[in-house]
Ligand binder design. Structure first.
Ligand code: B12
Length: 221
């Protein structure tokens, strides 16, 4: 195998970095058989995906590399998804409206967050990808979720994120309360949270799900 600087060559992350589909899926199965935590396996997949992304950026990989990495990850999730706690739907645990913002079609991360929230019994209304600010705001007024989650991985999508938060704030009068908005994805941080007008941010699913559950609990106190 080629050397993948910074990664252990035998690791799952390195196999994703090498776009070695079968090798990566074998590594996932090996880790599952060893009884590893599925979330830890997902996090290692993300390390490999980030590596591919960085090397796409530097010109070593092309768009086909991103597509391959996305496909490997999707297949890994076919094996890992059923190992996450079973999904239940119980409005008593709260509800979340989630979408990838306008101009962005990345959805693998959003789908993991959705799966994890559902595993806690939280009802998730997933609007999909490339969703316009008006559509998110319209659905928020219609469904009145406890929390709204916005996903975005592209720098150019940050405008869409900001516009969506503004549109949501515009609908709050009709809902009669402030809607906690959490933004997520590789590009978000404290600064972007402030700039977009969102309340919370998370660049990994575990932190995101914890913050969402806390926000639901606070809203119901
Ligand atoms: C796979 C991939 C693709 C696939 C996406 C497939 C799919 N169905 O999602 C395809 C091939 C379609 C794609 C297309 C493009 N991509 Co792309 N892609 C990636 C790649 C390699 C991995 C992304 C991924 O799925 N990671 C794994 C998931 C699990 O991680 P995640 O998304 O970060 O999600 C986690 C957290 O962020 C968080 N989270 C995510 N959403 C949310 C939401 C909430 C509410 C919460 C709480 C948490 C949360 O939880 C998740 C789990 O921990 C990244 C590299 C990278 N560094 O991320 C580039 C990357 C995101 N892509 C990039 C680019 C440039 C593009 C294209 C513009 C390329 C092109 N020239 O066409 C297009 C854009 C198309 C569009 N309009 O959106 C750039 C973006 C650069 C930038 N900052 O703007 C990246 C960073 C690569 C790079 N370094 O250059 N891409």
């Amino acid at each position: 195998m080629t050397e993948f600087e910074g990664l252990d060559p035998a690791s799952l992350a390195a196999r994703i970095a090498a776009l070695d589909e079968q090798g990566a899926l074998d590594a996932v199965q090996g880790r599952i058989a060893a009884g590893d935590d599925p979330l830890a396996i997902i996090e290692e997949c993300q390390v490999g995906m980030r590596w591919v992304g960085e090397h796409y950026q530097s010109g070593k990989y092309f768009i086909s590399g991103l597509i391959m990495a996305g496909e490997i990850f999707r297949e890994a999730m076919v094996a890992l998804g059923p190992l996450l706690p079973p999904e239940t739907a119980d409005a008593g645990q709260g509800s979340v409206l989630i979408a990838t913002v306008r101009g962005d079609i990345h959805d693998l991360g959003k789908n993991i967050v959705t799966m994890m929230l559902r595993s806690y019994g939280i009802v998730v209304h997933d609007l999909g990808v490339d969703v316009s600010p008006d559509e998110v705001a319209r659905k928020a007024v219609e469904l009145q979720p406890d929390v709204v989650g916005l996903s975005g991985l592209l720098t150019v999508a940050t405008d869409g994120m900001k516009a969506t938060v503004e549109a949501l704030r515009g609908g709050e009068a009709e809902i009669g309360r402030r809607l906690p908005v959490i933004i997520g994805g590789g590009i978000v941080d404290e600064q972007m949270c402030g700039w977009t007008g969102a309340d919370l941010w998370a660049s990994d699913a575990s932190r995101g799900v914890r913050l969402i559950r806390e926000a639901i609990a606070a809203a119901r106190d």
